[in-house]
Design a protein around this ligand. Structure first.
Ligand code: ATR
Length: 287
């Protein structure tokens, strides 16, 4: 075997997974560290997550990113969970350790880091409005609360789901004296918010979640977790009302960087990778 360099194996597992940007992002991160890392895309049938993960582990796989529709399966599969994965009820990162499989969720960390570091908006003391109460929303609540915002209002088309999230995180919020409330669009408080995060699946079908125009002001960052070659309908709506819009490409890169850190204990430089990905996304062939 001398002279043959064994590569540490990682992959993203999903269905579909062909258009995932994770192999691109992680190949850039690996190049930065100069270590031999292989990262591929693994397509699994929707009912065959576990056998595919087991086969990957048997082939000496070191870690997996998990995307739609397997984040709940990964949560169930992990033998231990980080607090943020337990709070999210979903896992996007599996690390294969000698004594078991560790499940983590880096999505919320990625969102917070993109907002605070890349976009320069502090969440400490901020008034935050979170639109949506599905898996994407639930995954970001604890990491946002950990930044000690003044207010977190969770609004959802189905009010009961927003109320359930408020109940789930009430204790975490009271520990940092954050005003946590939620329900349907009537739960939105008067006055412009500092940050509005769209965690609904609405952008996929180009529909806007219900949200009073007065929530958007000149000082508002309107963040859509979706991204594309063009601004989303949510971003365009917010920008018309004077707010600053941002899409979720930075969150994608930052959650990947945090996964890389969970696996390898090295924090990659996300900034040049985000710039490169943005340029690729907006290149004429994509537009
Ligand atoms: P995800 O894991 O991506 O969050 P999900 O769990 O299906 O997916 O949640 C989708 C979220 O988008 C929910 O908050 C959903 O609202 P409901 O709970 O009322 O279903 C929201 N959503 C989807 N389409 C929407 C639309 N057209 N307008 C407003 N909210 C929408």
């Amino acid at each position: 075997m001398s002279g043959v360099e064994m590569k540490d194996r990682y992959a993203v597992i999903g269905n579909p997974v062909g258009h995932s940007k994770s192999p691109f992002i992680h190949s850039r991160f690996a190049a930065q560290t100069g270590k031999p890392v292989e990262y591929s895309a693994l397509l699994a049938p929707v009912d065959a997550f576990v056998p595919h993960v087991r086969a990957f582990i048997d082939a000496d796989g070191r870690g997996l990113n998990v995307t739609v529709p397997f984040k709940l399966d990964a949560h169930a599969f992990a033998s231990s969970l980080s607090p943020r994965a337990a709070a999210a009820g979903a896992v996007n990162t599996l690390r294969i350790d000698p004594n078991g499989v560790y499940g983590d969720n880096t999505d919320g960390f990625g969102l917070v880091r993109d907002i605070e570091v890349n976009l320069g908006v502090s969440l400490k003391g901020a008034r935050i409005l979170l639109l949506g109460a599905g898996g994407a929303a639930r995954g970001v609540v604890l990491p946002m609360l950990e930044r000690a915002p003044h207010t977190l209002t969770i609004v959802n088309r189905t009010a009961a789901k927003a109320e359930a999230l408020v109940d789930q995180f009430a204790q975490a919020a009271s520990g940092i004296a954050c005003r946590l409330s939620g329900g349907n669009a009537r739960a939105i408080e008067p006055g412009a918010y500092d940050v509005i995060v769209n965690a609904t699946a609405g952008s996929l079908e180009a529909s806007l979640p219900e949200c009073d125009d007065s929530a958007f002001g000149n000082g508002t960052l309107a963040y859509d977790m979706m991204y594309g070659a063009h601004p989303t309908v949510f971003m365009e709506h917010a920008q018309k009302l004077g707010a600053r819009g941002a899409d979720g490409l930075g969150m994608l890169v930052e959650q990947a960087a945090e996964s890389f850190y969970v696996w390898r204990g090295v924090r990659p430089d996300s900034v040049p990778v985000l710039a490169e990905l943005r340029a690729l996304l907006t290149a004429p062939s994509h537009a």
